[in-house]
Design a protein around this ligand. Structure first.
Ligand SMILES: NC(=O)c1ccc[n+]([C@@H]2O[C@H](COP(=O)([O-])OP(=O)(O)OC[C@H]3O[C@@H](n4cnc5c(N)ncnc54)[C@H](OP(=O)(O)O)[C@@H]3O)[C@@H](O)[C@H]2O)c1
Length: 334
């Protein structure tokens, strides 16, 4: 079976190898992967900017979906033929995260999904929503669950306003899930064309941050202060997010695309009584709640472009160029 391995850091170190098909242990599930999707963390991992000491070679890419081929004798969660996705924080089944559950993440340090077939523990997989194909389902494990968790933590309700930054995977899922809750959505993006597309998905207000770098006050003025922010950009935007948020607002700290070291006004955060909440994906329990909600609403993920199994470098180049709107997919049949 085909496996893509990273033998050293950098895309030039990606090698295609042929390995024997695995067999599931008693608590494992054998999955035939049909699709994957890229997350920004896959880029960081491939470039050696996450888990630098991870033993190589490693199979990259965290999120995938496919069909169950066989289950171990102790597995009752799945049966052959089920469509499943990976579940990223594979030891966090429910409740609060514990430090000792960190570090088992697919696509580094644990093996990822860029392989035709793989065996995983039954609790590191989840059923896919029934209305989605594998390409669509593969977009959910990290990006959708993070967006879902941010809205849950924010307790975003009908009539409230959410701000999302940019039009990448997490932000567009947050937009779509917020609309399901009856919330209003404000988007900032570097592109007028992407803002128009975000409005077609239900966003009410769009601001081009490339043209208007100090957008925080404008968002506050237009909305009276947003109730929640899905903060995916980090250093360059946290101060603006703090401007934009209203009294007792919520800022979900999720990403750091623009840098790690942020500086902002403590006085403003204190006087606004802001809740700053770090978010790192969520538990299997939350993932399964999200799948039920997505299925009930027949929500369709936004997929920007799809690449073939042997086009991984091009897919990553597309991600890094930042031209995408939503998710980037990998179709294993191409
Ligand atoms: N904590 C977690 O659990 C978790 C989970 C998933 C992702 N993340 C992190 O969240 C971030 C986003 O992930 P993603 O997968 O959604 O990435 P993505 O799909 O690559 O989206 C990135 C988008 O961010 C926008 N952006 C870049 N610089 C910006 C800026 N200065 N101001 C506003 N927007 C900006 C761009 O949108 P436009 O092109 O529209 O300008 C870009 O398309 C990454 O840092 C990732 O590592 C964290």
């Amino acid at each position: 079976m085909r496996v893509q391995q990273l033998t050293g850091f950098g895309l030039s170190q990606l090698r295609s190898v042929d390995l024997p098909a695995p067999r599931p242990g008693p608590n494992e599930v054998l999955v035939k992967f049909e699709a994957a999707s890229l997350n920004y963390r896959d880029h960081l991992m491939v470039e050696g900017r996450l888990y630098k000491g991870v033993p190589l070679p490693i199979v990259p890419i965290s999120d995938g979906a496919g069909r169950v081929l066989a289950v171990g004798e102790k597995v009752s969660r799945f049966k052959p033929g089920d469509r499943v996705t990976t579940f990223y924080k594979s030891r966090w089944l429910g409740g609060r995260m514990r430090p000792e559950w960190e570090g088992a993440d697919f696509g580094g340090p644990a093996p990822g999904v860029l392989q035709d077939e793989a065996c995983f523990d039954a609790y590191s997989l989840a059923l896919a929503p029934r209305h989605l194909d594998s390409l669509q389902a593969a977009t959910l494990p990290i990006a959708a669950l993070t967006a879902w968790q941010a809205l849950e933590q924010a307790q975003l309700t009908s009539g409230q306003t959410l701000l999302v930054l940019g039009t990448g995977g997490v932000s567009l899922f947050a937009l779509q899930l917020a609309r399901l809750r009856g919330a209003r959505v404000v988007v900032v993006s570097s592109s007028d064309e992407k803002l128009a597309r975000a409005k077609a998905l239900g966003a009410e207000l769009g601001i081009n941050y490339a043209k208007q770098p100090q957008w925080g006050a404008a968002v506050h003025e237009a909305t009276g202060g947003v109730d929640a922010v899905v903060e995916t950009a980090g250093a360059a935007t946290l101060a603006q997010s703090l401007e934009a948020v209203g009294m007792h607002g919520f800022i979900g700290l999720i990403g750091f695309i623009s840098g790690i070291d942020a500086s902002f006004s403590l006085v403003q955060a204190i006087l606004k009584r802001v809740r700053l909440q770090g978010i790192s994906v969520a538990s299997l329990e939350e993932h399964e709640r999200m799948v039920r909600a997505i299925e009930a609403a027949r929500l369709e993920p936004v997929i920007d472009r799809v690449f073939g199994f042997n086009e991984i470098p091009a897919a990553f180049e597309h991600l890094v160029a930042g031209r995408h709107f939503g998710k980037i997919g990998i179709d294993f049949s191409r």
